[in-house]
Design a protein around this ligand. Structure first.
Ligand SMILES: [Zn+2]
Length: 196
């Protein structure tokens, strides 16, 4: 029996009877991060990294039953040892390390290896089996470095400002928006943000 397996509800650990990022309601859900394709509603109990707890509550409602663990802190469910480790994707995002009888699996969730200056940087964890989410890591996608993109934004902002124009950037509300605000050059002008 593999330590983790794919089911029609999500990644499942049968020994601990917990799911990782399940998309159908379950008893016990370990959540990698607050994005809505990973933190879904309807589970009886949620377990997440401590930094993710306020985000998940904000998005799913403060009524949910949720427990948080700091990065690196271990906890046991039916003899299986779990811990959350930084995934570098958004604030609070975590890889989930699962250990049972000396065998170690890691489920990455969404992750980013470049340091965005905001999320706790990605940590490499030794394991026997690594389950990776890598939609945008496919060779078809090539990205400019964050530094390049930010300096392009700054140049564009400066140019607009010189011409007396206001610059508006649309960015996804959880993750991208904070990264942009955190990284652009605030000395160019005033930053206001509004949420829909
Ligand atoms: Zn995500």
């Amino acid at each position: 029996m593999p330590l983790l397996e794919f089911t029609n509800k999500g990644i499942y650990c049968e020994q601990a009877q917990v799911f990782i990022d399940p998309w159908r309601p379950v008893q016990k859900a370990l959540i990698t991060h607050g994005h809505s394709d990973h933190a879904t509603s309807g589970h009886r109990q949620y377990i997440a990294s401590a930094l993710s707890v306020p985000i998940i509550k904000y998005r799913l409602g403060s009524h949910i039953q949720i427990q948080g663990y700091p990065y690196g802190e271990t906890f046991f469910i039916n003899g299986v040892k779990f811990s959350f480790h930084p995934a570098g994707h958004i604030v609070g995002s975590a890889q989930i390390r699962v250990e049972y009888k000396g065998e170690v699996w890691v489920a990455s969730g969404d992750y980013k290896r470049a340091n965005d200056g905001l999320s706790t940087p990605f940590e490499v964890i030794k394991c026997h089996t690594f389950i990776t989410e890598s939609t945008f890591g496919l060779p078809a996608f090539t990205w400019k470095s964050q530094q390049e993109i930010i300096s392009e934004i700054n140049d564009w902002w400066q140019k607009n400002k010189d011409e007396g124009k206001i610059s508006v950037i649309g960015a996804y509300a959880l993750g991208k928006a904070q990264r942009i605000i955190n990284n652009v050059d605030g000395s160019i002008g005033r930053i206001s943000h509004m949420a829909r």
